[in-house]
Design a protein. Structure first.
Length: 276
């Protein structure tokens, strides 16, 4: 669920974004969020102290400074222990970890050095969760990569990093359109067998970017797709079974048909450009 976005952050303002989100959440839910997972750039060590003082559990990355990387290299093999993550479909399920308590500013937190997690360099996590097991904490952060993948898809397909507005006050509107488009793709994918977790660009390539014949006949607009490998998946989903009333088409409805209707008088219209 995409419940919050701020497309108007300027360089140097990102350290306060966590607290803007907390204000947003509190206004809508009557209290602060119980657990936050975020990138290291979204606040400072002083901000982490503020979160801990407010009683908000957090989990964040720590930047790989040369000093921290040197500390990782100096650890003896006996200091590391192997854990198993309860994430069945994950490729790297048995990372090695080293846990310690650190005090970056005023308050003490748990710090994890993690290797064999699918990255060349070690991952360094920082949290004020003193009760959960290490495997639970690391698995929770690993799920954050699903969000990273979704953002990567938004960048490559929806161009979230190149919004079209030329003036600042329209950027949030562009972001709203992006969220709506992404939601429509997810809604469509949920009804397509095998595409529940597919990214938008794959959905577009397999299920939307298909040639079709468009015809006007008998008070409706008929669309007949050409035969393609993935067309049976679309037909089996049932989304094409009923005509769709389009309010601004002056009484005309939209109907998807698998074959031409024999004996009907139609005016074919060639489809050009991008059908998405």
């Amino acid at each position: 669920m995409f419940c919050y976005a701020n497309a108007d952050i300027r360089k140097g303002e990102e350290a306060q974004e966590v607290f803007r989100f907390i204000d947003f959440w509190t206004a809508h839910h009557g209290g602060p969020p119980r657990h936050l997972v975020f990138d290291s750039k979204l606040t400072t060590y002083h901000g982490l102290d503020r979160l801990d003082q407010a009683g908000i559990t957090f989990l964040t990355l720590r930047r790989r400074s040369p000093k921290l990387l040197a500390e990782v290299d100096q650890l003896p093999p006996s200091a590391w222990r192997t854990i198993t993550l309860d994430v069945p479909n994950r490729k790297y399920r048995t990372p090695r970890i080293y846990e310690q308590k650190v005090r970056p500013k005023e308050r003490s937190f748990r710090q994890f050095f993690i290797t064999d997690l699918g990255h060349e360099e070690p991952t360094i996590l920082l949290t004020n969760d003193m009760k959960s097991k290490a495997a639970t904490i690391i698995a929770r952060y690993a799920k954050r990569m699903l969000i990273e993948n979704a953002l990567s898809d938004a960048v490559r397909f929806f161009h979230i990093d190149a919004l079209s507005s030329s003036v600042g006050f329209k950027v949030d509107f562009d972001m709203t359109l992006l969220v709506l488009a992404s939601g429509l793709y997810r809604l469509m994918a949920s009804r397509m067998r095998g595409y529940d977790d597919a990214q938008a660009r794959l959905i577009f390539r397999d299920l939307i970017d298909m040639p079709a014949d468009v015809a006007i006949a008998d008070g409706e607009i008929r669309v007949r797709f050409h035969r393609r490998a993935h067309l049976p998946i679309v037909l089996a989903s049932g989304i094409l079974d009923k005509p769709i009333a389009v309010p601004w088409w002056h009484g005309y409805s939209l109907r998807f048909v698998q074959h031409r209707t024999a004996g009907s008088s139609v005016r074919p219209i060639p489809v050009r450009g991008n059908p998405g």
